[in-house]
Ligand binder design. Structure first.
Ligand code: ADP
Length: 484
């Protein structure tokens, strides 16, 4: 099966969130199962041409943008696992500091145009490469126009007459909503500005296009696939999603164990595994030193790695902070995001310098150190399509405390101290009280039930969230799309 896998971020080239992890790992797993995969992403400034040995491919891509023709180029590299990665070059659009936002965290005003260009350029690139995809697998609003273009602009094009489309929603909260006049820049006529097409409360909604036009829709956990069909989680698209219910599937993301496993992790102070946890204590003291906290092996150390936004339940943590600071615990936070949260945690650190460590930055090495060094990992998301960090935590024997939503609910099982079953602590409603009701038993078990705690850690470490399982599910869905 030939798969065109188009995404706006791909590990190890460019990343702002979980999508990049998926787009880096899933193609490898698909190739291992015999698929031929061409991954495509924009050639951003942060893509390291020398390190990844990118080579330029002959030929130009020409895309109409409004009344202009915009030219682009094509680059490529091959990853060790026989995954071929192509980069769409268009320096005016992609040679910028950020992927989607400028240094003031403001969306680039031409994002519709940029990703409209990209979505059409990947289709044109297929022709330059002589690659006739059976499946195009697109992701999130940035590439949601691919299924739209295939059914609208390329309908008569024999190159794609056998191509079927799969569209994955990684986070329904980000829809790519733009002013309606942007429609002229993305190559679609005004007939597409219709409530059964891309019109959305007077604006243009690119994600909506993907939902309507793709043959098969997926999202990144079973629970989230159900949740997004309800008004509480549907971000005003739940009605539309219900109409596509029979084509909507939840496939849990895997994790890349080559990058995230305590037995081989290169970034942590000591390696360890399920049968010998001794290295974890070394990682803990290393983490405490890193955050300039008192080095205490016995204290309960809670880690958080997160975008500091409402989705992640940061406000809930803020609400309960004084309460949990009454306990004998340490809290280390790594994240960036909303200004109020930056200020709040800076103040909190100044108030509790012996107990709270704060790093307001993006730092992959530190993320690994937290997963390895913390005893518990806190993820109180209001909604969570899949979530990766709780799965990393399970792999590292770092007990997750999560809200029972989306992928968090699918991957974490409540701990039962009597039976020794379970992998973490969950709470249902996103309220400060319920959050506390999950933190308290976690802390209590940590201090008073040492054997139970080790069992709990091991239960998590023995879970398998490998991409091979998910890749198998995707291949079945690709086959289903081909039957359409
Ligand atoms: P989302 O994609 O919604 O941000 P996920 O849990 O699916 O959440 O994925 C987040 C990914 O980004 C994880 O790999 C996590 O380790 C990483 N990450 C998030 N914030 C930071 C940060 N400040 N520094 C390093 N890694 C981060």
């Amino acid at each position: 099966m030939k798969i065109l896998f188009a995404a706006s971020e791909v590990v190890p080239f460019a990343k702002t969130g979980g999508l990049a992890d998926v787009a880096g790992a899933l193609p490898k797993a698909l190739v291992r199962r015999g698929c031929e995969v061409a991954v495509m992403l924009p050639k951003y400034r942060q893509v390291d041409v020398d390190r990844f040995k990118l080579g330029k491919i002959e030929g130009n891509i020409s895309i109409p943008i409004g009344s202009r023709i915009v030219q682009g180029g094509l680059w490529m590299t091959e990853l060790e696992e026989k995954v071929t990665v192509y980069f769409i070059q268009q320096d005016h659009y992609f040679d910028r500091d950020g992927l989607y936002v400028d240094s003031n965290n403001q969306d680039y005003p031409d994002n519709a145009e940029r990703f409209g260009f990209f979505s059409r350029a990947v289709l044109e690139a297929c022709k330059i490469l002589g690659f006739k995809p059976d499946i195009t697998h697109a992701h999130d609003w940035q590439t949601a126009l691919i299924p739209v273009y295939l059914k609208a602009l390329y309908k008569q094009d024999p190159w794609f007459d056998k191509t079927r489309t799969v569209f994955t929603i990684h986070n329904l909260g980000y829809q790519g909503i733009f002013n309606k006049y942007e429609i002229v820049k993305i190559g679609l006529g005004w007939e597409f500005f219709h409530h059964e097409k891309l019109e959305f409360y007077g604006d243009l909604n690119l994600l909506k296009g993907g939902i309507i036009y793709a043959d098969i829709l997926t999202t990144v956990s079973r629970k989230y696939a159900e949740e997004i069909q309800t008004p509480e989680f549907g971000h005003r698209l739940d009605g539309l999603l219900r109409t596509r219910k029979k084509d909507l599937y939840g496939v849990l993301n895997g994790i890349d164990y080559e990058e995230w496993h305590p037995s081989i992790d290169k970034f942590i102070a000591a390696n360890y595994h399920v049968d010998d946890l001794s290295g974890k204590a070394i990682c803990k003291s290393d983490l405490q030193r890193e955050y300039k906290l008192p080095v205490r092996s016995e204290v309960a150390l809670i880690g958080m790695i997160t975008r500091l936004v409402e989705q992640k339940g940061i406000d809930l943590v803020a609400d309960v902070l004084d309460k949990i600071m009454e306990l004998d615990i340490q809290l280390v936070l790594l994240g960036t995001g909303d200004k109020w949260a930056h200020e709040f945690f800076q103040v909190a650190q100044a108030r509790y310098p012996q107990k709270i460590g704060v790093a307001l930055k993006y730092d992959n090495v530190l993320a690994h150190k937290i997963e390895a060094g913390a005893d518990m990992f806190l993820m109180p998301s209001r909604y969570e399509p899949c979530g990766l960090n709780q799965m990393y935590s399970l792999a590292y024997g770092t007990v997750p405390i999560v809200r029972a939503t989306g992928g968090l609910d699918d991957t974490v099982e409540n701990f039962n101290p009597t039976t020794g079953q379970g992998t973490g602590f969950k709470f249902l409603r996103p309220t400060p009280e319920e959050l506390l009701n999950a933190i308290y038993p976690a802390i209590l078990n940590f201090y008073t039930n040492k054997t139970g705690w080790i069992k709990l850690m091991r239960n998590g470490m023995l879970k398998n969230f490998s991409w091979d399982v998910s890749a198998g599910e995707y291949i079945k869905l690709y086959e289903r799309a081909l039957e359409k």
